[in-house]
Design a protein around this ligand. Structure first.
Ligand code: SF4
Length: 211
């Protein structure tokens, strides 16, 4: 094993223990491929599954596997009209499984997420029976404050490079603490504990994934 792999595995195991102490189901996987298999193990065949705008779950091939498998997929991105998109977002809130990543995870096991419309953070808080969070070790930082800083100064400006919305960070790469109508930092969610225990399942991955 390389020093990086050893570091990720040891640090990942510590974070997993801290997540478990807060009621999350949690595990560490070395690779995105292992993480995909673990998530598929957790998701009941035939169940309704929805997801947020995470790159991680796409990059590890999880959304593709679900699309091709025996699941009732609710995919907002396939909606043809604004009305269909809104309906898919509403339906996602009552899906059996909701998949997402996190914008930051503190070493003591708290999740931080930032959202524009709020549909993703809403699903993390309440609605779907289970939430599965897949996150690369690049999302892990020291404190919950650092996770908030990461969400606002790395995840959001980086995400804006794909959305290219009219915000300061799209132009400069730096958060301008904007109030733009196209701001994607309208909702900031810290998930301190998981209640009911086991509803949120976190898979940490020993690779750099997502934003
Ligand atoms: S400039 Fe606006 S959209 Fe960009 S990171 Fe800052 S608050 Fe978020």
């Amino acid at each position: 094993m390389t020093p990086r792999e050893l570091f990720n595995e040891k640090r990942g195991s510590s974070v997993v223990r801290n997540l478990q102490g807060r009621g999350f189901d949690a595990c560490y996987c070395k690779t995105g491929e292992e993480a995909k298999e673990k998530a598929l193990e957790w998701i009941r065949e035939g169940a309704s599954v929805a997801w947020g705008g995470s790159m991680t779950i796409r990059d590890i091939g999880l959304t593709k596997a679900l699309d091709e498998g025996n699941y009732q997929v609710i995919d907002r991105d396939k909606a043809a009209t604004a009305e269909e998109k809104q309906k898919a977002a509403m339906d996602a809130l009552s899906a059996e499984y909701f998949l997402t990543s996190a914008n930051g995870i503190s070493e003591d096991g708290q999740l931080v997420n930032v959202d524009g419309n709020g549909n993703r953070v809403a699903a993390i808080v309440f609605g779907p029976k289970y939430v599965i969070v897949v996150a690369g070790m690049n999302k892990v930082v020291r404190t919950v404050g650092d996770a908030m800083v990461r969400a606002r100064t790395v995840a959001a400006p980086l995400n804006q490079q794909r959305f290219l919305k009219n915000t300061p960070c799209t132009v400069t790469g730096v958060c301008g603490d904007c109030r733009s109508p196209e701001c994607i930092c309208n909702q900031l969610l810290t998930t301190r504990n998981c209640r009911p225990a086991g509803r949120i399942k976190v898979i940490l991955v020993g690779e750099e994934l997502g934003y």
